[in-house]
Design a protein around this ligand. Sequence first.
Ligand code: FES
Length: 159
Amino acid sequence: MRKLDRYNRRDFLGVATGAIAGLITASLAIPAVAYIVGPALRKNETEEWILLGSTSKVEIGTPTLFKTKIERQTGWILNVTELSVYALTEDGRRYVVMSNTCTHLGCRVRWIADQNQFFCPCHNAAFDKEGLVVSGPPPRPLDRYEVKVEDDLLFVRGA
Ligand code: FES
């Protein structure tokens, strides 16, 4: 009888040790697997709507610069990037939002109100206020974003 108790105690200790080792392994493995697989399961960031700001900031007929920060989680790493775009409206209802990145080699364009054009200083390119190429080497107009307005707030998608 005493021999049987010892045998059962030994079995119990073996099972308990195995269970504790299993818990420790799982507590290390689950975060590691989530880190590796998580980003692949996450929704595509280009589907997110990004808030730019109030539509009241956009002066009719004049491209208006908006800057906003975008936070994206990749695994355990949080990346923060800045998005700079120009919003244009001619009627206060429909909006066009354009990238401020030149379509030639990626320099930043800026709005020159006196000349009613965007100017790229890298190779002296010019775009009209709709983003169409006026002069210089850019192969295409400024890129545009999908836009929506909700409660007088301007959002873009596709950044
Ligand atoms: S990068 Fe803008 S004109 Fe070359």
